[in-house]
Design a protein around this ligand. Structure first.
Ligand code: 5CA
Ligand code: ZN
Length: 419
């Protein structure tokens, strides 16, 4: 599957000796700020997996916010001098996608293709750096089925008996460290599992929390041939297989919105641990959820603001990006149009400086911005320092003639905002 064109990212040739030499990010599994990614001296790439969209409706600002979060991480790593190996999946066959296609009387493949194209265009407009591997579930079915066969050999996956549709499930008790990501108690886990489409009461399951790994074909549903029976993979094993086959075990960061911590990332990590005997990811990073009209923006509820709609209405994509970056990535927040107005104004002021002959010394600003981003990707604090420096540079005649150009490099390379 194609990803989207990569924007040119400037390299900033100025050192900041006072900035941290590693990016630290809040990790859900430890509840603390932790170093994320390798040290530069290790000479290895930072490996990142981010859960991609289910392409059945247009990209809304909530999705965009999640990919912006991991774009900040990607950019902070690159600015440190690290290479980044980034994989994202695309859940291009799944129940909600099939239901929507049936409702609208269109082929599910066309729906997935159209919405994926729209997503790519939105990401390109927002200057989100693309993953090197962008893989659809339908392109990696055999990776998932092989993983399930291996789980079955280990006794960790089993097929329902005496059911009209003998689906395959993963036995959560096969993983001795289950709950390493979200640490939920049984009651919380059960509530979340059910809310997210799980089936605790299905007869024949060994444990109520066991997730589906292979769904046998129902009449009229797309299916693929495998030794497990004709069918298609469950959601969690899809991500496990794509991550392991492209990044290997013990990769640096597994990311997504906070709605994915349980069961999705918990189950993916459990599958991988049992499959390989090794750790799936080193850090689990979850961005906050964006709401509209008091509720989490979601395709199923329909309370959406779309990147593509804002662009059509003439919004500057860099202002959309800046408006979102005004919220710390871990925060849950609510979108309203005033944020776009404020960001457009801010962008105008920043751009004004790039036309000046000289500014105040830009080096302390660069160090402050790098420090903010390397310390839990703190974009709001980076933006506040840029604001203060921009205001001062417009008010006082400085003598840093590199300043106007370097400001553009800082906002572009680190925040993805092209001036
Ligand atoms: N295909 C799966 C992941 S494998 C999926 O969750 N798809 S999705 O289209 O529902 O969501 C795509 C990404 O956007 C996920 O990382 C999800 O956590 C995130 N996301 C969904 N809704 C919101 C929201 N309202 N605010 C922030 N992030 C969101
Ligand atoms: Zn996923």
């Amino acid at each position: 599957m194609r990803s989207w064109p990569a924007p040119q990212v400037p390299r900033i040739d100025i050192e900041s000796p006072g900035a941290p030499e590693v990016v630290q990010v809040h990790d859900t599994s430890t509840g603390r700020l932790e170093p994320a990614g390798p040290g530069v001296a290790e000479g290895v790439a930072a490996r990142l997996y981010v859960c991609g969209i289910t392409p059945y409706d247009a990209t809304h600002l909530g999705h965009a916010n999640t990919y912006l979060t991991f774009d900040l991480l990607n950019r902070a790593w690159r600015d440190l001098g690290l290479e980044v190996q980034y994989t994202q999946n695309n859940t291009d066959v799944d129940d909600p996608l099939l239901e929507r296609a049936t409702r609208d009387g269109i082929d599910w493949r066309d729906l997935a293709q159209d919405q994926t194209d729209l997503f790519r265009r939105d990401m390109e407009a927002l200057r989100v750096l693309p993953p090197q591997d962008y893989l659809g579930a339908t392109e990696t079915i055999d990776w998932a089925s092989r993983a399930i066969e291996k789980l079955a050999e280990k006794g960790a996956a089993y097929q329902l008996e005496g059911d009209e549709f003998p689906d395959w499930y993963f036995d959560v008790t096969s993983d001795s460290d289950f709950m390493r990501v979200s640490h939920l108690d049984e009651q919380q886990a059960m509530a979340k599992f059910t809310e997210m489409g799980g089936d605790p009461d299905r007869p024949g399951k060994r444990n109520r929390l066991d997730p589906l790994v292979w769904r046998q074909a129902r009449p009229g549903e797309p299916s693929w041939h495998s030794s497990l029976g004709d069918g298609r993979p469950g959601w969690h094993i899809e991500c496990t297989a794509i991550a392991l086959d492209t990044l290997g075990t013990d990769f640096h960061v597994q990311g997504g919105g906070s709605d994915l911590a349980f069961p999705h990332h918990e189950m993916s990590a459990a599958h991988a641990q049992v499959l390989t005997g090794e750790r799936f990811a080193q850090s689990y990073v979850h961005s906050g959820l964006v709401a509209l009209e008091g509720e989490k923006m979601s395709k199923s509820r329909g309370n959406l603001e779309l990147v593509s709609r804002l662009l059509q209405q003439g919004a500057d994509p860099m202002a959309i990006r800046l408006a979102m970056l005004g919220h710390h990535w871990r925060e849950d927040w609510e979108w309203d149009g005033d944020q776009l107005t404020a960001a457009t104004k801010r962008l105008g002021r920043w751009r004004q400086v790039t036309a000046e002959d000289a500014t105040l010394d830009v080096r302390p600003l660069l160090e402050t911005v790098r420090t903010a981003l390397r310390t839990d990707l703190d974009a709001p604090s980076a933006i506040a320092s840029i604001d203060a420096w921009v205001d001062a540079s417009l008010a006082v005649k400085g003598d840093d003639t590199e300043g106007p150009a370097v400001l553009g490099q800082i906002t572009d390379a680190l925040l993805g905002v092209e001036l």
